[in-house]
Write a protein that binds this ligand. Structure first.
Ligand code: NDP
Length: 316
């Protein structure tokens, strides 16, 4: 498996398993199946509310000899209600306890959005805290501190724009090691990917298949689902591959890591095999032409009231 080297020298496997929306009872078998197949990268988050089940699967796999702890890259994320400096370490410790691990490979600030402590998802404007009260720079400084304490080998951010990365880097003298953002052919974000490369920030592509199972939750109508796009379909046909495999191979070919989510054993295997698919320059050019700057996870859940807006959240 190809790996991406972070600035601190750790090596992230390019292909991992996503776990958002994976029900607790499904995620255990998904993670066990993935590790048996050879996946060595699992993407988690406190807000996915399934870390205990992921942790059980990891530890059972270690006991069964399917993989060793040091071979598996585990990422988790600081939820928005724990951005205050004194909340960062306890939040990380809670994730570690649930996952049954004594360190994470990567810990990310999940969103550049702050919520009142104890709020999982906001229901009104009063649930938000402006970044002027809990600056990203101070949250980032405490992420660096917990990393220094050995609780996370690497630390980074998610859903950060170039400007946000530059701000926290300038304030602390240390840039995030990774940025996890939405990337797929309908949302290619070339400028952000290039900026991260320039700043030495490894990029992970989330929702690489177009996140079909979040459409209802996000109030989205996917007229031409990415997995059914005719260009992707014809490339898939030419390679004797599936559209999902083309989307995953595209992400890896761009130099990003990629974390497709599945709880279906056949699709978990199908997605893993995509690491062996090589796209041609012509395939890459045809996919480049599909960009629509279209977000599947558009952050609209953060825009209740006036504290956060698309302009403050995204560089768009
Ligand atoms: P994906 O783009 O990975 O799509 C997941 C959906 O595709 C599920 O419905 C899954 O169904 C289906 N699927 C999986 N493989 C295939 C296949 N080969 N063919 C057809 N359908 C398939 O969406 P996500 O939004 O879940 O993104 C992936 C991961 O990225 C998340 O799970 C999470 O870990 C991370 N993420 C991070 C975010 C952040 O803010 N940092 C935001 C969003 C995602 P089934 O399970 O039934 O196979």
């Amino acid at each position: 498996m190809k790996t991406l080297e972070l600035r601190g020298g750790t090596k992230m496997p390019a292909l991992g398993l996503g776990t958002w929306k994976s029900e607790p009872e499904e995620v255990y078998s998904a993670v066990r199946a993935a590790l048996e197949l050879g996946y060595r990268h699992i993407d988690c988050a406190a807000i996915y509310q399934n870390e205990e089940d992921v942790g059980r699967a990891l530890n059972d796999a270690f006991t069964a000899g399917d993989a060793k702890r040091e071979e598996v890259w585990v990422t988790s994320k600081l939820w928005n209600d724990s951005h205050a400096p004194e909340q960062v370490r306890p939040a990380l410790e809670t994730s570690l306890r649930k996952l049954g691990l004594d360190y994470l490979d990567l810990y990310l600030i999940h969103w550049p959005v702050a919520l009142r402590h104890g709020v999982a998802l906001p229901t009104g404007p009063e649930d938000f805290i402006p970044l002027s009260e809990v600056p990203l720079e101070s949250t980032w400084a405490f992420m660096l501190e917990v990393s220094g304490q050995g609780l996370a080998k690497s630390v980074g951010v998610s859903n950060f724009s170039e400007g946000m990365i530059e701000r926290v880097s300038e304030a602390t003298g240390r840039a995030p090691e990774a940025n996890q953002v939405e990337l797929h052919p309908y949302l290619q974000q070339d400028a952000l990917v290039a900026a991260c490369k320039r700043l030495g920030v490894v990029v992970t592509a989330y929702s690489p298949l177009g996140s079909p199972d979040s459409a209802a939750m996000m109030g989205r109508r996917d007229e031409v689902p990415l997995l059914a796009n005719p260009t992707i379909s014809s490339i898939a046909e030419a390679h004797g591959a599936t559209t999902g495999q083309v989307l995953i191979a595209w992400a890896i070919a761009r130099g990003t890591s990629v974390i497709p989510k599945s709880v279906n054993p056949a699709r978990i295997a199908e997605n893993f095999a995509a690491a062996d698919l090589t796209l041609s320059a012509g395939d890459m050019a045809a996919i480049a032409a599909l960009d629509q700057h279209r977000r599947m996870v558009d952050g609209s859940f953060w825009f209740l009231g006036e504290t956060y807006s698309p302009e403050t959240l995204w560089d768009d």
